[in-house]
Design a binder for this molecule. Structure first.
Ligand SMILES: Nc1ncnc2c1ncn2[C@@H]1O[C@H](COP(=O)(O)OP(=O)(O)OP(=O)(O)O)[C@@H](O)[C@H]1O
Length: 285
């Protein structure tokens, strides 16, 4: 039995001035994984490699156990994609979109599409170019659900959406994975969305893998440490990642197991944002 929806093994891609270097991670079936990292970290490149929109220089990508290049056509039936901007033709209506997109999928379900369009309150006769961003996202999702995609790959789907639509969108993702067979890979800068719905996280910085694993484990492994300037000893400085001077003194990230030694400092739980910000500044773990 294949337990991973997606597996990347030692993926590399060289661009002039940028290298995605030896990225490995796996997304177990039935879970949501967030893909995070600062601008230019390599998130979209990773997604494009998974979708075989770019040719990798090294490594192997398996989708439901099948090689993503050798079995590209079969795999595409199982993957639903939502990008940060819509890739349908502006002058199409929603009906035209269904007609065109359904041709690519063997298992297209017209009833599911209609149900999603109703649920999302999408106007059938409006043109794609006239839909709001939130509506465009919902239309891409409706298409993904209508061909019974078992893996959703979303590149910054919630950026620019208002909080109410984001909330609805996250609920839909949670509902989608409920049966334990479907999975989501979701790149985002809005890490609070991940704290709400994701179980796993993969963090890339400057093309390098910083962390992949459970969110609980990541949050459990780090603490935010704050203190007065006079308490910042050389030993403490060495243990802090992403040290920042503040009005009160300093703050930064520290491994949870080390944090208890520094009694004069305030130790708080770290958020995913704290971890991404401090590690992006401070380099590696
Ligand atoms: N086709 C390409 N040719 C050359 N360089 C590229 C190409 N695509 C991406 N890059 C470079 O690869 C790096 C990573 O870009 P990528 O879009 O993967 O980052 P990202 O993590 O998705 O960033 P963002 O959060 O800003 O969307 C950047 O330096 C970018 O300029």
């Amino acid at each position: 039995m294949i337990d991973n929806a997606l597996e990347l093994k030692g993926i590399s891609k060289d661009f002039p001035g940028f290298k995605l270097n030896n990225i490995s991670f796996s997304l177990p079936k039935g879970y949501i994984m967030g893909l995070v990292g600062p601008n230019g970290a390599g998130k979209t490149t990773t997604i494009q490699l998974i979708l075989n929109m770019l040719e990798k220089d090294a490594g192997e990508i398996l989708v439901f156990g099948k090689d993503n290049v050798e079995s590209e056509n079969a795999i595409k039936q199982d993957i639903g994609v939502v990008f940060d901007s819509i890739f349908y033709v502006d002058s199409w209506t929603i009906k035209d979109t269904e007609k065109a997109v359904s041709l690519f999928y063997e298992d297209w379900k017209h009833d599911v599409f209609n149900e999603m369009i109703k649920r999302f309150d999408l106007p059938q006769n409006k043109k794609i170019g006239e839909l709001s961003r939130g509506m465009q996202m919902k239309l891409m999702l409706a298409c993904a659900f209508s061909h019974n995609a078992k893996l959703l790959i979303l590149d910054e789907p919630t950026s620019g959406l208002d909080p109410a639509i984001r909330d609805e969108f996250l609920e839909i993702l949670q509902e989608y994975i409920k049966d334990g067979e479907r999975s989501v890979l979701f790149s985002t800068h809005i890490t609070t969305d991940l704290e709400r719905v994701a179980d796993y996280i993969t963090f890339i910085n400057r093309g390098e893998l910083v962390y992949t694993g459970s969110i609980d484990e990541l949050l459990g492994s780090y603490r935010l440490i704050k203190g007065r300037a006079r308490d910042l000893t050389a030993e403490l400085k060495k243990s802090i990642v992403g040290l920042r001077k503040t009005d009160m003194g300093f703050e930064g990230l520290m491994e949870a197991k080390k944090a208890t030694q520094f009694k004069n400092c305030v130790i708080d739980g770290a958020t995913i944002d704290d971890i991404v910000i401090c590690m992006s500044k401070g380099g590696t773990r």
